[in-house]
Design a protein around this ligand. Structure first.
Ligand code: APR
Ligand code: ZN
Length: 271
């Protein structure tokens, strides 16, 4: 496992080294997961008390479950809508927007559906799992903005074009992820990857750090706890490459992203 950094000041030599290396990157990219939005009041999925401990994903979050029992699945999307209602970006989302504005971040690939990166002012945001702000017709594929009242209705809304049932415009288990061609281009150029608030268990995003590492890029992980990326061993890189290896993470910044990423961005930007 890599040594963790838990003091986010330039007096900490490992933090200073991470900042210095990141400043030299030519095409830095970030991948984000539910953990970055926890301090905006949105629970993550896999932490104790997370959404998957309340809603079994097999029963609520697969495309087959949605087709078979849409009214049941709707309970999950209503619960998410309740959390998103009041949610505002926190200093971690703002830190990524500041890095981009200062020329130190080319793109964010987010697994989140909460729009908080855009709300924080980030421009280059790739939503690989879709977004919760729209509905998508199961039949004709029309995508329409979701009205708040639609989330709080008992039944999923009907499509304005064909009358069929609408699902949230989010990628359910069993569906393909979005925008992979664009992501691929960023990954080919990426020489520094900020991995923020993801348990790195869901593919394809979970395999991006290993891809960047294999090309010689540096991986910076921001999380409150270690993941398979931090541990290495028979983790993701093993699956990806067929070999067991050491950790994928080069720098592990341990703590809440709202603190660690905020401090990191300030140090990189120099203010
Ligand atoms: N700061 C940093 N990291 C945090 C914080 C925080 N304040 N709070 C929680 N975390 C970390 C957790 O330790 C965990 O590693 O965020 C991670 C959240 O992991 P998951 O709940 O598995 O969320 P995510 O990785 O985004 O899940 C990926 O799985 O269920 C699907 O489609 C869903 O997009 C989601 C995907
Ligand atoms: Zn339709």
């Amino acid at each position: 496992m890599v040594e963790s950094i838990s003091s986010f000041t330039m007096e900490d030599s490992l933090f200073a080294e991470a900042v210095k290396a990141y400043r030299e990157a030519k095409h830095p990219v970030s991948i984000t997961g539910a953990g970055i939005s926890v301090e905006s009041g949105i629970p993550d999925f896999r932490s104790p008390g997370g959404l998957w401990s309340v809603f079994d994903p097999q029963e609520y979050a697969t495309i087959d479950a949605f087709i078979d029992t849409p009214e049941k699945a709707w309970k999950l999307y209503r619960a998410i809508a309740e959390k998103l209602r009041e949610a505002k970006p926190n200093p971690a989302h703002e830190a990524l927007a500041r890095l981009e504005a200062a020329g130190h971040l080319a793109a964010i690939v987010t697994q989140n559906i909460d729009n908080l990166h855009q709300d924080a002012g980030s421009k280059s945001v790739i939503e690989v799992h879709g977004d919760h702000g729209h509905l998508q017709c199961l039949k004709c594929n029309t995508v329409e903005p979701a009205e708040e009242s639609q989330w709080f209705a008992e039944k999923p809304a009907a499509c304005g074009k064909c009358g069929s049932i609408m699902k949230p415009n989010v990628v359910l288990f069993g569906e393909g992820v979005r925008r992979m061609a664009e992501i691929q281009k960023h990954l080919e150029l990426c020489d520094a990857l900020l991995v923020v608030g993801t348990s790195a268990q869901v593919h394809p995003v979970a395999s991006f750090p290993a891809l960047v590492k294999a090309r010689g890029g540096q991986v910076y992980e921001f999380n409150i706890e270690e993941t398979a990326l931090t541990h290495g061993g028979s983790g993701l890189f093993g699956i990806f490459s067929g070999f067991s290896t050491g950790p994928i993470t080069d720098y592990f910044l341990k703590g809440s992203a709202s603190e660690s990423l905020d401090a990191f961005a300030s140090a990189v930007i120099g203010k």
